[in-house]
Design a protein around this ligand. Structure first.
Ligand code: IPE
Ligand code: IPE
Ligand code: MG
Length: 236
């Protein structure tokens, strides 16, 4: 890619289609989740190299607990394995890991692996990887509202302090707005992903399932982003 290309500062990826990727190959859905890890690794390295500053990855929604407990357990164990073992490149690329989402009802061994990777990467200065795990935009708005009510009750804030910027700062993390949201697998919905942060994001819905979302697919996405006309409510 040449220098004239604009790299979005904050990219959101709804990593969808793992189950269908596997089922279409006559494999168990869990194979799709496992295969997605290799794709994710390649993508994170590529985003770091391209100079993406923030990447928010939708890994597990608050609603995903509705799934068969066997699939949920498999995904939870995969998280533990990945956070503990397979993320050497995170340290190498100086990637800083954050998590967004509710801790309840995540199993304690998952929480432990999450806390460990956050602690180990907290001083890293390159790509910020915000992993949305047991995340829901509604839950985030509810939790933020409760936090602000408590701050008000304790006399820490006045009603007049509440504005756009203040709300952004008090979400799970103070991240810049999303510039670009990519959802793989052709579904065209947010499924409770970062609604506040995505207010002026550009959206792209490639047909490929997440395990097939390679660097080349990311290049296509960036090209599409570069052809969008962002106006933010103004007139050009
Ligand atoms: C995304 O793939 C991964 C998670 C939601 C955890 P899916 O498991 O939703 O795969 P499809 O959409 O059923 O193909
Ligand atoms: C959204 O995908 C959540 C993640 C990718 C983690 P889903 O597969 O859960 O969304 P729906 O059910 O198709 O809307
Ligand atoms: Mg899905």
């Amino acid at each position: 890619m040449n220098n004239e290309i604009i790299i979005p500062k904050h990219v959101g990826i709804i990593m969808d289609g793992n189950g269908r990727w596997a089922q279409e190959r006559g494999l168990a859905r869990t194979v799709g989740h496992k295969t997605a890890i290799a794709t994710l690794k390649e993508l994170c390295i590529y985003m770091a190299d391209l100079g993406v500053k923030y990447a928010s990855l939708y890994a597990f929604s608050t609603e995903n607990f509705k799934r068969d407990s066997k699939e949920v357990d498999f995904i939870m164990n995969l998280f533990i394995k990945v956070f503990n073992k397979e993320f050497d490149f995170i340290k190498e690329k100086k990637i800083k890991v954050l998590f967004s989402g509710r801790r309840e009802p995540l199993p304690s061994n998952v929480l432990k692996a999450m806390d460990k990777i956050v602690e180990e990467t907290k001083n890293n200065t390159e790509l910020v990887l915000n992993i949305c795990l047991n995340y829901g935009s509604h839950a985030e708005i509810v939790d933020t509202t409760k936090k602000l009510c408590n701050m008000y009750k304790n006399g820490e804030i006045k009603i007049e302090d509440i504005n756009d910027e203040f709300i952004q700062k008090n979400l799970y993390h103070d991240l810049p707005p999303l510039d670009f949201v990519i959802r793989t697998s052709g579904e065209m919905r947010l499924s409770n992903f970062m609604m506040f942060q995505a207010s002026y994001a550009e959206f792209y819905f490639p047909k490929v399932y997440f395990p097939d979302f390679t660097k080349e697919e990311f290049d296509k996405a960036i090209e599409i982003f570069n052809n969008r006309d962002r106006r933010f409510g103004g007139i050009k």
